[in-house]
Design a binder for this molecule. Sequence first.
Ligand SMILES: [Zn+2]
Length: 52
Amino acid sequence: MPAYWFTCPECGAHVAVDEGARDRLLSAGCAVCGVPVGPAAFTESNTFGTSA
Ligand SMILES: [Zn+2]
């Protein structure tokens, strides 16, 4: 499953999100402060949820 780190450029919120949550943030903005966010606020994570 694709996973991303979201870092809010406004309030600094830093959370791991899956693709669905990423889409919601892109359309609705930061869940904490409500600022609009773009793709640049996300970093792909290849290790989310793995124990390798
Ligand atoms: Zn925020």
